[in-house]
Design a protein around this ligand. Structure first.
Ligand SMILES: NC(=O)c1ccc[n+]([C@@H]2O[C@H](COP(=O)([O-])OP(=O)(O)OC[C@H]3O[C@@H](n4cnc5c(N)ncnc54)[C@H](O)[C@@H]3O)[C@@H](O)[C@H]2O)c1
Length: 336
């Protein structure tokens, strides 16, 4: 079978997609696009034969182009993904899928109508911690899981590019930027329980104190509790700034009736009971078998539904919409 001919639109995080496609034996990168001509030229110089564009519409007009990664500021995910799907391309769209659930639903419907693969780049599912935890949760080693706690925090870690802090371009702060990864990971590990409500709060107290003369109208910290139909709950806290110990980082704990697992400083500790005696052991981590780009390309070749799929992206946007709405109204918000 011929290699899948791909392009990348947006060459910040998009450079990660680019390198991953270049390492994929079944993909061939034929086009790159960025409005920053200097960045584009630098990347093209090292890649003879690859075509460069500063207008994504011109790139999408390439007949031989089969698939694109959309790695643009969040407000461009929906319009550019829709344009790519309409041009007949398969799309790997960066997280968050869109600015809100309404946009995400439109993208999902377009992919279904046009029969194209639409995958969302929740790449934390393709990391060693996820690859290690998934079989443990699936095999019910933890028994019935009833609560997940997860944090993704930074100390003075505002993103370097200014659009992130503008709600009209990003949709929000660390919740939609970083929290989205952790909520997705928890939902995926738990086998996609249906979220039914959320209670959340967001704060911008440190940003208001620190960021003078900068356009910034997002939160710097968000916290929320999400309730699932099966009774399980999820607590998430995420920040771009805060007086975080050791600069912040990633944590997760998954509590079940037979055991619990704790992610701390990159280690995974499984706590269970053996013959009534509490035990704790550090898990040897499993390397993931493929990258998100490998998976996207193989779904195109085999006509398979990708993982994470558009439906996963829509669910996440519904959860985020509910958390932001809950923060605004100071009440628990139902998720339909
Ligand atoms: N999955 C992850 O781990 C991860 C990590 C970082 C960023 N991201 C996501 O990737 C996306 C991009 O983030 P980033 O950090 O790369 O941002 P960035 O600002 O560093 O890069 C965006 C790039 O897009 C280009 N661009 C802007 N408008 C364009 C247009 N109309 N046409 C073509 N190019 C255009 C910019 O010139 C820039 O090079 C965001 O949605 C972000 O949430 C995901």
């Amino acid at each position: 079978m011929d290699k899948v001919k791909v392009g990348v639109i947006g060459l910040g995080m998009g450079q990660f997609h680019l390198r991953s496609y270049e390492a994929c034996p079944d993909a061939s990168v034929i086009a790159l696009c960025d409005i920053d001509g200097a960045k584009l030229s630098r990347l093209l110089r090292e890649r003879p034969g690859v075509e460069g564009f500063t207008d994504y519409r011109e790139m999408l007009a390439m007949e031989e182009l089969q698939a694109v990664s959309v790695a643009l500021p969040n407000f461009l995910h929906a319009p550019v993904t829709l344009a790519a799907l309409e041009a007949g391309k398969h799309v790997l769209c960066e997280k968050p899928m869109a600015m809100n659930a309404a946009e995400a639903l439109e993208m999902k419907a377009a992919a279904e109508r046009l029969g194209r693969v639409l995958m969302i780049h929740f790449n934390m599912r393709y990391m060693a911690t996820a690859a290690t935890l998934k079989p443990i949760v699936d095999a019910a080693v933890l028994g019935e899981v009833y609560h997940v706690t997860t944090t993704y925090t930074r100390r003075d870690g505002y993103p370097p590019t200014s659009w992130f802090g503008r709600k009209d371009m990003s949709g929000g702060g660390p919740l939609i930027d970083m929290g989205v990864h952790r909520i997705d990971l928890a939902l995926w590990l738990l086998g996609r329980p249906r979220p039914v409500s959320a209670f959340g709060a967001v704060y911008d107290l440190l940003a208001r104190k620190k960021l003078k003369g900068v356009e910034f109208d997002c939160e710097d910290f968000a916290t929320a509790m999400v309730r699932f139909e099966n009774g399980c709950t999820l607590y998430v806290a995420t920040s771009w700034d805060g007086h975080e110990k050791d600069g912040g980082g990633l944590t997760m704990s998954i509590r079940g009736t037979e055991g619990a697992v704790f992610e701390q400083e990159g280690r995974l500790i499984l706590c269970t009971e053996e013959h009534g005696v509490p035990t704790a052991r550090t898990l040897e981590q499993v390397e993931p078998g493929e990258t998100p780009q490998d998976h996207f390309v193989s779904c195109i070749r085999e006509g398979r539904q990708p993982d994470p799929c558009a439906e996963d992206g829509v669910t996440l946007m519904k959860v985020l919409d509910a958390i932001y709405e809950s923060a605004r109204t100071r009440s628990e918000v139902r998720i339909e």
